[in-house]
Design a binder for this molecule. Structure first.
Ligand code: FAD
Ligand code: NAG
Ligand code: NAG
Ligand code: NAG
Ligand code: NAG
Ligand code: NAG
Ligand code: NAG
Ligand code: NAG
Ligand code: NAG
Ligand code: NAG
Ligand code: NAG
Ligand code: NAG
Ligand code: NAG
Length: 641
């Protein structure tokens, strides 16, 4: 078998450079006679990890089918700071349904359409600029490396009944993923992180910021001025984003106080370049393995039973994958000799499952899809972190606002990035993150605490030295607020049976009392932070006065109704979608995959991507996705013996 793959590489691709010999860009290049042990659907974050780890074993052959194009040469995706600009060519360009919790707005919902998937992109549409684009706010996010809390993973272990998912037991997989690297400016990072919890030997680069922002000193000073409530956190990736071994509640306030912790953001950046799943796990060291074939620009339309078994023959393996380049082009099939690994992400995965007859049989039948397996949880319990960008005008002019407005400056900085790997473009737009919990009296009003445990934050603030909603004049400080333990649950469902048309995407953001309450508290914590003495004279105006840029209205945070209106007008997604193919216990009676990623009731098919998280971790989701994919790969290899 391997021999034929090697021949495939060298015979049909004489024109491609040898270092990328196994990267095919159209379906005609694939040898129809080639055989693969594993077919991976989606060359995104999780898919790239699987492809890499499985092909470490030279006897395992793998085909990756990716809908988007290659990341090679996609320069805008490589420059960290440009994660704040739109890259629609690398995006699925999804729009949600009208969101009740967001004043009935439909919002953009970014997903990577490129090798590396969502780890390769970040996209921001100038949401507030004009009335017609006002409806759409897309994520302003990118490259954050946050692992979540130990509680998040311990809860996953509890919900799935598999102790392999505890924080403790996952540590080797965090280490396989992470390659700690120096920041682009090589500054002395002592005191900015805890080296003992990081790994130098993994594959995906992680670093601290490589360009000093003028507000960094003020952020740290504010934290100390507000001491007792706001506290410096050496390393938010310790498993306790709320502080290393420190008690959660400040004794003067007893059980009713809350504390918040801020610290330096860690990012998936390698010496000033984005480190995505494609640049790392499918990087030049790996992509030319002869046992790895990657076919881009190819859409998987369905997964079928091997040899066209009849749908009531449930002993048949679901190992045949149907794919096509265009809606009208030929449909091809490839059958994995071992397994199909579905890694199309939290939107693509339920869409493919449902197109294949796996989902709620009643609703599939009503669409005209022949039900194969009744798994009503497919596409349900869709969960995401609501995100709001807040900006305040400042008196200083050392902000990054000018980069968006002055093309001479922007070009000079791109040149600096390109030639020296230095300057403000080497970083994402946030330098510090702050995690916080609601206090006990606040939580009491909601019954069950939605956080996975007491070391888990309810909300997060990220500080930016400029306005990322791209105001046309002035200088700003930005605080991005997110609810990281949302209670709202949405869904992904099919609109048509056409696999090339988008599914119906309803993240149901801010659709619960808890979520709006926590977002209100997050904004107020941001305001409280800006009331530290160090900001006086720097912040212009009263921090309580909030503006939605372009909305021609200001809102007073002192008034709950106005604050809620402001929140519902401005909130969008963090693009941290999970839950649509949830992992549950073997005997759960709901959920989509077992703790070993196998689709319940099906042979030969596993789901490995963000969809499997039954609860969204209290973290930006790429590190959690990397970690579950690392464990999945290890499980699969172990089973092979
Ligand atoms: C704009 C943006 C910014 C983000 N910023 C951060 C951040 O700063 N920090 C963080 O931790 N997380 C961030 N996230 C979230 C994080 O990137 C995702 O949670 C994670 O990458 C999801 O990994 P995945 O493997 O589940 O899916 P993806 O990485 O999205 O991979 C799915 C892949 O499957 C492909 N695919 C889908 N359907 C098909 C099909 N039918 N046929 C073939 N291929 C298909 C897609 O093109 C894609 O390549 C961000 C996400 C986005 C979109
Ligand atoms: C999204 O739109 C851009 C054009 O703006 C296009 O290049 C890209 O292919 C679209 N993505 C998909 C998945 O169709
Ligand atoms: C899961 O958590 C519940 C509630 O805390 C506890 O009673 C139960 O023992 C836990 N189960 C496992 C398998 O850890
Ligand atoms: C880095 O800073 C620490 C503490 O500030 C100091 O002890 C150490 O010597 C510095 N390292 C280098 C290489 O300068
Ligand atoms: C607890 O939180 C509530 C709601 O945010 C707030 O009104 C109250 O002042 C807080 N209590 C303390 C002691 O901080
Ligand atoms: C960043 O990318 C540039 C351009 O591809 C490359 O020259 C440089 O070596 C990269 N830096 C690192 C640290 O990989
Ligand atoms: C499987 O069934 C489809 C449609 O029913 C048919 O087009 C195809 O030729 C069959 N393939 C095999 C291998 O029998
Ligand atoms: C399946 O979908 C139908 C309607 O499409 C709905 O009434 C039913 O409750 C769903 N089943 C489950 C178990 O969720
Ligand atoms: C959604 O998740 C909850 C647990 O949080 C579970 O009780 C419920 O059954 C799930 N719903 C579906 C449709 O899977
Ligand atoms: C920036 O501010 C400084 C000090 O306040 C001032 O001297 C300088 O002229 C300003 N620069 C610009 C470009 O406005
Ligand atoms: C734009 O940036 C360039 C380079 O920093 C600077 O020389 C120029 O004065 C700026 N233009 C404006 C209008 O601020
Ligand atoms: C569903 O499909 C119909 C018909 O093609 C289309 O008009 C509608 O916009 C689609 N809805 C969504 C949410 O995509
Ligand atoms: C902003 O609001 C004011 C007062 O309501 C109104 O006069 C003005 O026309 C509005 N401007 C825009 C651009 O909508």
């Amino acid at each position: 078998m391997l021999k034929s793959i090697v021949q495939t590489v060298f015979i049909i691709l004489p024109s491609l450079s040898l270092s990328f010999a196994a990267l095919y860009e159209n379906d005609g290049e694939l040898d129809p006679a080639a055989r693969y042990d594993y077919v991976i659907i989606g060359g995104g974050t999780a898919g790239s990890v699987l492809a890499n780890r499985l092909t470490e074993d030279t006897l395992i052959s793998v085909l990756v089918l990716e809908a988007g194009g290659s990341n090679i040469g996609a320069v805008p995706t490589e420059i960290p700071f440009f994660c704040t600009l739109p890259h629609p060519q690398y995006d699925w360009n999804y729009t949600t349904t009208a969101q009740v919790g967001l004043n009935d707005r439909k919002i953009g919902f970014a997903r990577g359409f490129i090798l590396g998937g969502s780890s390769s992109i970040s996209r921001y549409r100038r949401a507030y600029r004009s009335s017609e684009s006002y409806q759409l706010t897309t994520p302003i996010d990118g490259l954050f490396y946050t692992r979540g809390s130990e509680d998040d993973f311990n809860r996953l272990a509890n919900v799935t009944g598999d102790s392999g998912w505890t924080w403790e037991n996952l540590q080797p997989f965090f280490r396989r993923n992470e390659r700690w690297t120096p920041p682009a400016d090589n500054h002395n990072t002592t005191g900015q992180y805890d080296p003992s919890i990081h790994s130098l030997n993994g594959i995906n680069a992680v670093s601290l910021a490589g360009f000093p922002q003028s507000i960094n000193g003020k952020i740290i000073q504010a934290s100390s001025e507000l001491g007792g409530i706001f506290e410096y956190n050496l390393d938010m990736n310790s498993g306790n984003p709320l502080g290393l071994g420190k008690s959660l509640f400040y004794c003067d306030y007893g059980q009713d106080a809350y504390r918040v912790y801020e610290g330096w953001l860690q990012t998936t950046i390698d010496g000033g370049n984005r480190s995505s799943a494609a640049t790392s796990y499918l990087g030049p060291r790996f992509i030319n393995r002869p046992n790895l074939h990657v076919l881009t620009n190819t859409r998987v339309t369905a997964i079928l039973q091997k040899n066209n078994a009849s749908s009531n023959d449930m002993s048949a393996m679901l190992t045949t994958v149907e794919f096509a380049s265009t809606p009208t082009g030929p449909r091809h099939r490839v059958t994995a000799s071992k397994e199909v690994l579905l890694s199309a992400g939290a939107i693509g995965t339920p869409q493919i499952l449902m197109n294949s007859g796996i989902g709620n049989s009643t609703s599939l039948a009503s669409l005209g899809i022949k039900p194969l397996i009744d798994l009503p949880s497919v596409g349900q319990n869709f969960s995401d972190h609501p995100r709001l960008v807040n900006s305040w005008a400042v008196s200083g002019n050392q902000t990054f606002d000018e980069i968006y407005r002055n093309s001479t400056l922007s070009e000079a900085l791109q040149n600096l990035w390109n030639t020296k790997g230095k300057g403000p473009l080497v970083d994402t737009f946030v330098s510090h993150l702050l995690f916080a919990r609601l206090n006990h009296s606040a939580l009491d009003g909601f019954g069950e605490d939605p956080a996975a445990g007491e070391h888990t934050a309810h909300y997060e603030l990220g500080f930016s030295n400029g306005d990322i909603s791209v105001a046309t004049t002035g200088h700003y400080i930005g605080i991005t607020t997110r609810v990281v333990t949302p209670v709202s649950r949405g869904s992904i469902s099919l609109n048509t049976t056409d696999p090339f048309s988008p599914p119906i995407i309803n993240p149901a953001l801010l659709s619960t009392d808890f979520d709006i309450f926590a977002m209100r508290q997050a904004v107020r914590t941001g305001i409280q932070f800006l009331r530290a003495p160090v900001w006086s004279g720097y912040i212009l105006g009263d921090p309580n006065t909030l503006m939605v840029p372009g909305a021609n209205t200001s809102f007073q945070a002192t008034n709950d109704e106005q604050l809620d209106e402001y929140i519902r007008m401005g909130t969008g997604t963090s693009a941290h979608a999970v839950g649509t193919a949830a992992m549950t216990r073997l005997d759960a009676g709901y959920g989509v995959v077992d703790p070993d990623f196998r689709v319940k009731g099906v042979k030969g098919l596993r789901v490995v991507d963000a969809s499997i998280f039954p609860f969204v971790p209290s973290a930006h989701t790429q590190a959690p996705v990397y970690v579950i994919a690392e464990r999945a790969a290890a499980m699969i290899k172990n089973e092979l013996g």
